[in-house]
Design a protein around this ligand. Structure first.
Ligand code: ADP
Length: 519
């Protein structure tokens, strides 16, 4: 499909801790790649800067080559640092590799180095690279607390050196992580930490437990960026109403935007997905039914007959399949996920949880649930923390097979699972919060007839989930013709970046010549 080029072509550099598919932990990785590809298709020049993690999937980087070796500052020393260049999913990526121990280890996060100091180093090393190479983008786009210090470093140092042109945009994907940082830690990247320890700058000023020694990199990023974006309009409202950063966001309300994330519809495309046994599209969903059958049989679910028995196919079709693909953290509604496992079994459905826990206690809890259920006919709990690459492929299969995608989050800045699920014809069952409230509208809400596309509940109690799941199962079982229409309808909803990248371009253009030089 030809995408219209924007008249003003910008140079945008994303500075990020994650990028799909080579360094993806959650939605951040998907968003960076999806937004970069969409802006690039609109004619902009886009680069991504990423730490050269030891664990990167290097086989997915094309034309990797060393660009230069230079020095970047950390804790009183200049660290020899390599910049590599390569292409990932058609996007130009600059990889930063310090010669110290930063970014070594098996995973993107949780290595045996100090993460805060490593990302402070990385933020500065990206600016240093621009300085050394004379690179002057129009926009530097930082993401999350990890790269929030970049805006402080820019206005404090590099803007006074030779990089005068860029303006800074920060996207906050999740306000929960705010980059707690002591004054002397901030000083390690060469800033004077004590200058930033005031309420109007970066001090963490929550009333309970206030500590003037403690800074928040995210808060600093909000103050020192030309524009701040969060990932859905509803999450924007929620963050202005609660949480200790609300007062800072209210103060900077004029430059704070809520832009819904999109999904990359080329990467997530059931009509061309190489991971599926049979591809399908909204006009012909037979392939989806085969995918479901394949997954149910492959996992030994809902099948009492023999392989040769045709009746089995009918049986698997009658049994609704719920999938829940998620990081297993409190935000995602762990008690509701465990409750759903019980309920789906009682209601005679199948459920597959593809989960990734980083907390040992949660992992053990789900392991024991897996031991309890995985031998039975209805539930599979797949915990594949160490098989990240494989779990990505599996997630494609599961979205394709699912009748329902369950997202019972306590809070959810945007949420991609419900959008990906819909693209693959899985009807969302979600809690009404953040981006879920902006993308899923209840089938039984009469005022919503046009947009209705799923089942929504509000409470965080088990009863609220019960009612939504029961309603969704009844619809599935009792109204097969309408069900098929609903599956087709959700597949046709356009949650692509093509739809929302334009809003980012508007923000870029609005700050491009911003005279604002903060504080
Ligand atoms: P978050 O960024 O909070 O993790 P999102 O819904 O924004 O949540 O994005 C989650 C992304 O990560 C989706 O692409 C989802 O498919 C993927 N994902 C989450 N958990 C897993 C898992 N266990 N295995 C494979 N993919 C996962």
């Amino acid at each position: 499909v030809g995408i219209e080029k924007d008249s003003d072509q910008l140079h945008i550099i994303h500075v990020t801790a994650e990028m799909a598919p080579i360094a993806k932990v959650g939605g951040l990785g998907d968003v960076v790649t999806g937004l970069a590809r969409a802006c690039s298709a609109r004619g902009h020049k886009v680069d991504v800067m990423l730490p050269f993690y030891e664990c990167l999937h290097k086989d997915q980087i094309d034309q990797l080559k060393l660009l230069l070796t230079y020095d970047s500052f950390h804790d009183g020393d200049w660290i020899p640092t390599k910049a590599f260049h390569g292409e990932v999913s058609g996007i130009s990526v600059i990889f930063i590799e310090p010669s110290n121990h930063f970014f070594k280890g098996q995973y993107v996060y949780g290595g045996s180095y100090n993460e805060l100091e490593a990302y402070l180093f990385f933020s500065r090393a990206c600016l240093e690279w621009m300085q050394v190479t004379g690179t002057q983008p129009d926009i530097i786009h930082a993401h999350e607390w990890q790269t929030s210090a970049l805006s402080l470093l820019y206005w404090d140092m590099y803007h006074h050196l030779s990089i005068k042109k860029p303006r800074l945009v920060l996207t906050i994907h999740n306000m929960e992580h705010y980059g707690e940082c002591r004054k002397e830690q901030l000083s390690k990247c060469g800033l004077d930490g004590s200058i930033y320890a005031t309420v109007d700058k970066a001090v963490d000023d929550r009333t309970i437990g206030h500590n003037p020694e403690r800074l928040s990199l995210l808060k600093g990023g909000i103050v020192y960026s030309n524009a701040v974006v969060t990932v859905s309009p509803t999450y924007l409202k929620e963050t202005l109403n609660s949480g200790w950063l609300a007062s800072t966001l209210i103060m900077h309300r004029d430059k704070y935007y809520g832009i819904l994330n999109g999904i990359d519809t080329a990467m997530w495309n059931p009509a061309e997905d190489i991971f599926l046994p049979l591809k399908f599209h909204a006009q012909n969903i037979k392939g989806k039914k085969i995918c479901k059958h394949y997954v149910q049989r492959g996992l030994g679910l809902a099948s009492e007959g023999s392989l040769a028995d045709n009746k089995v196919f009918d049986d698997t079709e009658k049994v609704p399949l719920v999938v829940c693909i998620t990081r297993l953290v409190a935000q995602k509604g762990l008690h509701l996920i465990t409750h759903a496992i019980k309920l789906v079994e009682e209601l005679g459905g199948n459920m597959v949880v593809l989960g990734r826990a980083s907390d040992g206690r949660v992992e053990r809890e789900f392991e024991s649930l897996a031991n309890l259920h995985n031998q039975g006919p209805s539930i599979r709990i797949l915990l594949m923390y160490s098989l990240m690459f494989f779990s990505e492929e599996l997630s494609h299969m599961l979205y394709a097979a699912a009748d329902f995608v369950l997202v019972p989050s306590i809070y959810e800045p945007c949420g991609l699972a419900q959008m990906i699920g819909m693209r693959y014809g899985a009807v969302p069952v979600v809690r009404k919060t953040g981006g879920l409230a902006d993308t899923v509208f209840d089938m039984d809400d009469q005022s919503n007839h046009e947009t209705a596309n799923g089942f929504v509940f509000e409470g965080i109690d088990e009863g609220s989930l019960n009612r939504a799941l029961e309603r969704s199962f009844s619809f599935y079982k009792e109204r097969p013709a309408e069900w098929n229409d609903l599956v087709r309808k959700v597949m046709c909803i356009d949650n692509s970046w093509n739809n929302t990248a334009g809003k980012y371009v508007e923000v870029y253009n609005s700050v491009r010549f911003d005279p604002y030089v903060p504080l």
